[in-house]
Design a protein around this ligand. Sequence first.
Ligand code: ADP
Ligand code: ASP
Ligand code: MG
Length: 411
Amino acid sequence: MRILVQKYGGTSVAGLDRMKQVEARVKKGLAEGFKVVVVLSAMSGETNRLLGLARQWSANPDLSECDALVTTGEQVSVTLFAMLLKDAGIKCRSVMGFQIPILTNNNYGRARILEIDNAKLLDMLDEFDVLVVAGFQGVSCHGRLTTLGRGGSDTTGVALAAALSADVCEIYTDVKGVYTTDPNMCSTARKLDRISYDEMLEFSSMGAKVLQIRSVEFAKKYNVPVRVRSTFCDDPGTLVTQEDELMEDVLVSGIAYDKDQCRITVFNVMDCPGVAAAIFSPISDAGILVDMIVQNTSRDGRTDMTFTVSRTNLEKTLEILSRDNKDIGAVEVQHDLNVCKVSVIGVGMRNHSGVASMMFTCLRNENINILMISTSEIKITCLIEEKYLELAVRALHDAFGLDRAGGDRVC
Ligand code: ADP
Ligand code: ASP
Ligand code: MG
């Protein structure tokens, strides 16, 4: 049995006209001899609408109920779409996450997939030509509904493709593929024909929401070829795949940005062994991801510690810090929401220096101050003031020649 997994994002199912376009693509897959597993998101805006309803009761609504609430968005999409296919005479059925089941841990709002039993799915695929599966949702070992984090339908798609050894996982969205930067922010952004799993991981972790990071982790781990393409045109899109030598030839493949950031500074903590652990362990125990960290030089046995977390985690982080204030000896905690991250990404950086200085020079030429810096083998990130974000993205895109095919190649 040849299986094709196709995941469609919120804009692709926002209304019956668009669902008709999805229907045409599914029919094409069937005509090519595949059994098709279609993973759908909620209609665009629906998850936000539901979360807005939950926040009418409280700023921090119960997370397990929130998950059960937002899974209804995907339930609406898959049932409506299955009706459309049945009317067209296609043998299909809708499938919720718990019916497979997609088993997750109970980290509500950001659950991780633990296991997908493919036996039931394969049985269903014997009986039906198309399965219309609700993205984003799973079920915990306690039988509660869970969700996989924003953008989590990408992960459902890739995880199902891995579990079913599908030929490919196609991710259909509102842009033609993965670009050198967000095409909605930079008009000269260029679509990439291919990108390595590692680069895509950096793009996603640095804020490019075209693929959720966990979907790329799955794709890399299980070697699933992922093709990102548009629902609304026939462009072949971008293949996310294993790295090859040609990819290393390109110094920088793109620019990513992340607005969901804030900077926290803890002033005047004691400068002694164990302080970093005392600050960051409770934050990490609360499931909060800390990214950039800078410790100032010591003055009279005291120092300042500055780090970034996502805006959604700001309140929780401040609560933890004020609870633990005595233990870390901090005098004051300040935070800043007017910041964002901009990153330059490329596997070619592994063997070539000079990218960091090009980035810093470009930002200097635009008179943009760098607040913090972090690096990995294939990425350099700067924290800057949010008001300069678009300017920084466009200037960096230009400086690295990303509008030209091949960009700046390694010499
Ligand atoms: P969907 O609802 O289909 O899952 P998303 O909104 O989650 O779509 O992701 C697609 C969006 O990702 C695009 O509309 C684009 O604005 C944004 N994006 C950010 N960076 C990139 C990039 N490098 N390439 C393509 N799209 C990007
Ligand atoms: N509907 C969910 C969201 O808006 C999941 C997804 O679209 O991938 O985040
Ligand atoms: Mg998405």
